[in-house]
Design a protein around this ligand. Structure first.
Ligand SMILES: Cc1ncc(COP(=O)(O)O)c(C=O)c1O
Length: 476
């Protein structure tokens, strides 16, 4: 049975429909309960100056008992936007499960299986009973292997007590933000950004300061812009290279210029998110920010196993940095999730044992990603009214389709931003993509090419067909 849910304003008595998804997509507006459903009415009981407190009056239909529950949430939750990528991926999955032939190019995960050697190591861990808690920071075996990797591949020296293994790089980043930011501190984030950075800053009561980077500059941060935004409040600069969503790779020279500016600000730390490090297309090369002169002391390097090793579901990432900061993150983790999965950690040791940059298993995947990137660049390059910057890494294309905005489509409505264009493409072409607004750039749409060439070919056909009817208002 379904329970009815409504919002009722005390002053007006008007019943408002409850919208449960902020993605802009249509979503079912009901809750279902497996046991006897209570009838729930949400009433705004009183307003504070900062936020409305909402109470639920829960009334059992079967009895006359009234039970009041305060369902108000922390202002912290109210300040955070839900992840659009997760919402769209979930919605596309639901459509596929309902039988719609949707092509899903919204998710940020490789379409490959975890390489067999890695999977075997996980299976063996279970067989051998390696299924207990590990030390909070991760096993010494894995942390030692990570130190070796960082020294060999990135030219940065750490000891195992300067490494913290977590349940995914997402946790590593969030803990780092929580550990170093105080209320009122500013977190500088070049846009387009990975969706979670600003929200993590907000959750830490810090203020995200967005630094726009234009497509004409390959979405790379202009050091002068950075310099102009720095103040006493600046605590953390988040860099992501190769970047999600743009695929841009920061050249060493540009990072050196940024480092020179950072060095002038004693309070400023840098979080370098290097999770796409191995998914990089020559001649582009990866530089770890911590390897630059004077930057080791103030850099928190984050990396993980999800992307390069196709291990998203194993949930394993890590942080490397000066002991003082890593110990603080370790403390947070000890009261939060404790150590990461023992099984995943064994698998991660096997992943790092595959050889330099993941050896052949990873280079085979990177080769496939490169072919797909080239295919998409060729395909969209032919289209009128499309602007692109050729990605040098990761598996995303961030395309400027804004010349298609401003069109009124019969039976659909106006396409006037990345959100409506994505909805249109999902409706008309049945291709799920992520609106650029989720990444702080409303002119673009993110296409993930973590899908087979055949799937991408079909998707491009569909997208082109759907866009043809929109007629670009601007030629490029
Ligand atoms: C830029 C970036 N950083 C971090 C993460 C988090 O990765 P993990 O799966 O290790 O939590 C992602 C995942 O999408 C990402 O794109």
């Amino acid at each position: 049975m379904a329970a009815t849910v409504s919002l009722q304003s005390q002053s007006s008595g008007v019943v408002l429909p409850v919208r449960r998804f902020n993605s802009g997509f249509q979503a079912p507006e009901y809750l279902s309960f497996s046991s006897t459903p209570p009838r729930i009415t949400h009433r705004i009981l009183h307003n504070t100056t900062q936020s409305s407190r909402i109470r639920a009056v829960v009334k059992q239909e079967s009895s006359s008992e009234r039970m009041e529950v305060d369902i108000s949430l922390s202002p912290r939750v109210n300040s955070v936007k839900p992840s659009k990528t997760v919402a769209i991926t979930d919605q596309a999955t639901a459509l596929v499960e309902a039988g719609a032939p949707v092509i899903r190019l919204a998710a940020g995960e490789p379409d490959f299986d975890t390489p067999a050697v890695i999977a075997e190591a996980g299976i063996n861990a279970i067989r051998e009973g390696y299924t207990r808690y590990t030390p909070n920071a991760g096993t010494l075996e894995l942390r030692t292997a990570i130190c070796h990797k960082l020294k060999e591949e990135n030219g940065i020296s750490y000891s195992p007590d300067q490494i913290l293994v977590s349940n995914g790089a997402k946790q590593s980043i969030f803990q780092a933000v929580l550990a170093v930011c105080s209320p009122g501190d500013e977190v500088l984030i070049p846009a387009p950004f990975w969706v979670s950075y600003p929200e993590m800053a907000r959750l830490a009561d810090a203020t995200p300061v967005i630094l726009p980077t234009p497509i004409s500059n390959n979405f790379l941060l202009d050091p002068k812009l950075l310099e102009s935004k720095l103040s006493e409040k600046s605590r953390l600069l988040i860099l992501c290279s190769p970047s999600n969503p743009t695929g841009s790779v920061y050249p060493k020279k540009l990072l050196e210029e940024i480092a020179q500016i950072v060095a002038k600000h004693p309070r400023l730390l840098v979080l370098s998110d290097e999770i796409y490090e191995h998914i990089i297309y020559a001649p582009a090369t990866h530089t770890s920010f911590a390897s630059l002169p004077g930057m080791w002391e103030r850099t928190l390097t984050v990396n993980g196993f999800s992307k390069a090793f196709a291990m998203t579901g194993w949930r394993l990432g890590y942080l490397a940095g000066p002991k003082h900061f890593v110990a603080a993150c370790n403390k947070i983790q000890s009261q939060f999730t404790s150590g990461a999965s023992s099984i995943s950690q064994k698998a991660a040791v096997a992943a790092l044992g595959l050889g330099y940059a993941g050896g052949e298993a990873v280079s085979t995947m990177v080769k496939a990603f490169r072919e797909r990137r080239d295919f998409l660049i060729r395909s969209f390059g032919e289209m009128e009214g499309v602007k692109m910057s050729e990605p040098q890494g990761a598996f995303y294309l961030f395309i400027d389709f804004s010349s298609y905005y401003g069109v009124e489509v019969e039976g659909f409505g106006k396409i006037d931003d990345s959100d409506s264009l994505c909805r249109y493409l999902l409706d008309k072409a049945q291709v799920a993509l992520v609106p650029g607004v989720a990444f702080g750039d409303d002119t673009c749409i993110r296409i993930s090419y973590a899908a087979s060439l055949t799937t991408l070919q079909a998707a491009v056909e569909r997208i082109k067909k759907a866009l043809v009817s929109l007629k670009p208002t601007v030629s490029v």
